[in-house]
Design a binder for this molecule. Structure first.
Ligand code: EAX
Length: 325
């Protein structure tokens, strides 16, 4: 009898302990626009594992994929008002909130992944993350989307002339829109969750995204041609909501920063892997891929976008990046 009571007591204590822990756990919502087999999902899982481990289960992370919390612009707004806690987003719509980040979206700014990652990991990258604090956002880490390439359903694009008149969906980013206007295309800004249907229904003829996104979204189902233009490097940011993060202790906040860095690291690795394997996969799925593109004429075509950019945003950040790159 005493033994049973002792066991009963231990079980009760154990259950009480579990209940306490369950009560204390804070659920953190994390949103992104891509599918659960994407490089963002890999990053989301790394964020989850790291935060849950560092906090010993005090925080649990729930991932919301495929734009189920809205497009990137909407999710950034969600961070500002606290309806979502963590967002992995391209810089596409970010310039609308933090104009200092527009510089990163200039076409042909970076030559390769090493260069881009190096700049984002430098003081300049930290400065840009800190800037987000002035706009009701917490910049946690620079992650990655990848170099963007053009796809469409009409024809092979080998030169800017081939893009003439093409209705190309762009992100909601004025620098990108200007670049495509200069190329002679007809840019149509649109949130990512609407894109697949727009391509399917022919509302737009083409779009541009990194190999990672083209693979994760099965764009081969609605696009026949891929041209490896690599016309712009697309960074991603891991952002937090000040509504959650401002209320945490320094130690807790540092866990979020560390989780975001682990997330970025995992995502970059996945981007590199897909850069190696993705094109073959797209060809297997029936896309015609133009690989040996002469980017000179594309660079010439988008040159005026730089003047328009500096007239509006100044040239200081741009020059600093160009010096480092
Ligand atoms: O961040 O909107 C886009 O084309 C982005 O590349 C996508 O949402 C991933």
């Amino acid at each position: 009898r005493p033994l049973v009571t002792a066991i009963g007591g231990a079980v009760t204590l154990g259950l009480a302990g579990m209940a306490l822990q369950a009560q204390a756990a804070t659920e953190v919502s994390l949103g992104h626009t891509l599918s659960s087999n994407s490089h963002y999902a890999v990053g989301a899982q790394a964020f989850k594992e790291t935060l849950e481990e560092l906090s010993d289960g005090a925080f649990t992370v729930t991932e919301h994929t495929s734009g189920s919390l809205g497009g990137e612009r909407e999710m950034i707004e969600g961070l500002q008002i606290g309806t979502v806690d963590i967002v992995i987003t391209s810089t596409g719509p970010l310039g609308n909130f933090v104009p200092e980040t527009y510089v990163l979206d200039l076409p042909f700014l970076f030559e390769d992944y090493d260069q881009a990652r190096c700049v984002l990991d430098s003081d300049l990258g930290d400065e840009l993350l800190a800037k987000m604090g002035e706009h009701d956002l917490v910049g946690l880490a620079w992650s990655e989307n990848g170099f963007r390439h053009m796809t469409n359903s009409s024809r092979e694009i080998a030169s800017p002339a081939d893009a003439e008149g093409l209705r190309v969906r762009t992100m909601e980013n004025e620098v990108h829109q200007e670049a495509f206007r200069q190329m002679g295309a007809r840019p149509t800004p649109m949130a990512f969750p609407e894109l697949f249907t727009a391509l399917q229904q022919g509302t737009v003829d083409g779009q541009e995204n990194p190999i990672t996104v083209i693979v994760a979204t099965n764009f081969w189902e609605v696009q026949d041609y891929l041209s490896l233009t690599g016309h712009v490097y697309s960074p991603a940011a891991v952002l937090g909501s000040p509504i959650l993060l401002d209320g945490l202790s320094d130690e807790e906040r540092e866990w979020f920063h560390e989780a975001a860095r682990a997330s970025a690291q995992a995502t970059r690795q996945e981007v590199s892997r897909l850069e190696e394997e993705g094109v073959a996969l797209l060809e297997e799925n029936g896309m015609t891929v133009k690989t040996d593109i002469d980017i000179g004429p594309f660079q010439d075509a988008v040159e005026p976008a730089y003047e328009i950019f500096t007239a509006e945003h100044g040239s200081e950040m741009l020059e600093r990046i160009q010096e480092q790159a």
